[in-house]
Unconditional design. Sequence first.
Length: 311
Amino acid sequence: MDKDLSLGSTAASAPDVAADPAPTDTDVTPDPATIPAAPADPTGAPPSGLADTPVKPGLDDLVAGWVGRALDVYPRPGLPLTTHWDASAAGLVRQVPYVPRFATKPLELLDRFGAVHVGPQEIGFDGDAVDWDRVIELRTHPAWSSLSADALEANFAQYLRVIPRLPGRGWVLGKVSELLVSLYLAVVPLPDDVARLLEVGGTAGDDAPDEGPEAVAERDLFTRRTVTEIVYKRRFGEGERQACTTSVLLQLAFPESTDAMLALAAERGVRVVHVPVDEGEMGATIKRAASWRSAALGLRERFARAEGPTA
C-alpha cells in the first residue's frame, strides 16, 4: 500500500506512476493534459472543493496507493468550462501503468454504473448525458445523506453483473473494488473522529471552537454537497437522472466537476435546489461510520478471496 491518497490535490503530478503494474501487454494509459482547478463556486452553493484537504491519519494502510496517484494525474475541469469533461471508474482504472490489453474490453462496460459528465452542451451520470436545453433542475444533497455501506455494495454488485466472464474480468473488478473502497474510506469518518465530529457538527455561531484546517477539512468532506439528481424534460412529462454511489464519490474526488455543474446551471438559468435534510440524522449517520468502514473493508476482502490477485 502506498502512503498517499491526496483527494484534494489540484495540481496534476507527473504521470510516471509506478504502482500495482498489471500484466503487461501494451500500454494504453492515456496522457491527460493538466487543466487548471476551478475557482470557488460562483452560485453561492455550499462549497464543493477539496483543495488542500490533508490526508487522514490511519487511511494509508487501508487504501490502494494507485488510486491517489491516478487522481493526481487525471485532468480536472476548469472554470469557465469550455469543453466536455467526464470522470469514471473506467477512466481512473486506465491510469494504472500498462493496463493489459485483455482488460480493456471489460473496461468499456463500466461507465454505466459510475461516471460524471459535464460540459457546455450536456450534463449527466453513468454514461447517460442530457442536453442543457432539456434540463429543468439540479438537486444537491450532502455526502453523508447519499452514502452508506449498503449503497456501496449494491453499486459494486452492478459491476459484478454487467462485466461478462471474459479474460481480464478479475483484474478489472479487483481494481474497481480498490477504487471504490479507497474513495469511500476517504469520505467516511474514522472511528476516533466520531465524537469530535458530532461535537463540532452540533456547534454554531460565535461559540464555535477554533478548528485547524485539518479538522475543518475532515468535517466538510463528509458534509459537502454534490449534485445527486438532474430533472429534465422528456417528450411527455419529466424524467430524472440520479447519481449512484460511484458518481457521488467521483464528485467528491473531483470537486471542480460539481462547481462546473452549478456554474453552468447558473449561466443557463437552470434552477438549483439544495434539498434540505434533517440535521438530526447526521449524528446517527456518523455513529454508523465505524460499521460502514468495516463493511467496506469486508467487501474488498470478500472479493479478493473470490477473485484472487489482480496485479
